[in-house]
Design a protein around this ligand. Sequence first.
Ligand code: HEC
Length: 477
Amino acid sequence: MKRLLLVVVGVATLTSFTATAQSPTPARAAAKAPTFAKDVAPIMFNKCANCHRPGEVAPMALLSYEDARPWAKAIKSKVVAREMPPWGADMTETLPMRNDVSLTQKEIDTIAAWVDGGAVKGNMADMPAVPSLASGWTYGTEPDAVLEMPVEFDIPAEGEVGVQMFYSKVPWSEDRFAEVVELHPSNRSVLHHAGIYFVDLPEGTRLVNGRIVDENGKVISDRGSRGLPSTDSGLPGSSKLLSWVPGRGLDRHRPNIGKRIPAGKYVSWQMHYNPTGTPQKDRTKLGIWFNKVPVTHEVLIRQAGDPLATTKGGLSIYRAEGRETEYKADPGSTRRSRTTPNIPPYAENWKLTGITPVTEDITLYAMSPHMHLRGKSLKWVVTYPDGREQVILNVPKFDFNWQFNYELAEPLKIPAGSKISGIGVYDNSVRNKWNPGPQLEVYWSEQSWDEMYQPFTEYSVDSQDLTILKPVTQQRQ
Ligand code: HEC
């Protein structure tokens, strides 16, 4: 490198001696380097601004030259190392994703050359318009409707706070479909994860301050770690709306494919808070953007390993190290009878595979991995009826801090008779820097020091056509 530099200097010196005019000056050299206004701002507005703006997850804004200039060196090193923007999928083994924010080599080179050339501002006339992102909503525009957690919750300074269940009634008299939903905590620092589901209230109960009380006025909604079982209003997988985990909380579906928000049901807000050392408050909001064209299919959310069965049953298989569990898919049921063995102490590459039978033709839209601190990798593989295998998503280094929802650029048709496998690997060894206790046997539960195996898949069933059902709905009104 040093030698190369000397040669370049040598040539420059030679040139300035031999050429009679126009010897290269620093100003001229810099003029050739990319500028912020012309070359770098478009990349940053596209690929960084969503997180790097006031009130968002990243520590500093990158919306102007003045924002970015002090960070130039750090920006170069983070983008060259491909640590920024964060993205967990190995794209050499993953189908193209429409929300892939990773930089092209050309973009990386442009940023590096900008920094090396003195991180100059350039001509403001070249600067693209600063993206107008509605504050608070990653999606960028104001939602059509906002539902709010029924009460503000006080998170104590210390201790273990069990998962909190709040409930509120769906405020519409007919089902509506959401093209986009986003969960937005008012206090991101205390939220560990959250899930939004639809449930029915048990008979004889009512809501008081967002909690379920029985005839005697006794609060019953905190019973069990999962609260009320979610209830599908039709096809299995319709009862879950979305999850919030670090890196995720925005689900974008397609113009004619939406998530059903069923009238008459109750929104179940399952909130898991982690105390931070000082008392905190949170009141999370749910932003909804309705589909703008007629919805033909509804999005269903299930885990690989859980039956995607719709009207037909199927046999799901869980293959854990040294043990295989099979269970029958009960059409319409979300109950799970899986008995997954615990992860033994010090196990380094402990594998758990859930195999889902696809019993009807489906279309797959998105996938997202959820594991905890021992989660090491997660891979989705489709096995087609003819035996052909296709890796559709590989997250080789699972990172609890970045659990993206990977949205396929092109929806994938998966015919009946296929299988979807979610291959998870866990690291309970001392090598795992996040491991809170390698000497411990790890159980399957909600807390970070326990484990989870949730390779979520978002799909729809091809035979469903909601436009055909419409006249029936209209008759009922
Ligand atoms: C999905 C959200 C997200 C996106 C997109 C993103 N960042 Fe970040 N960035 C973060 C977060 C959160 C941090 C702080 C934690 C960390 O370093 O991981 C961070 C940290 C950084 C840092 C280190 C700051 C420090 O304290 O040293 C740099 C530099 C950076 N980002 C640059 C970029 C650039 C340049 C882009 C776009 C090309 C980008 N980021 C895209 C979320 C994001």
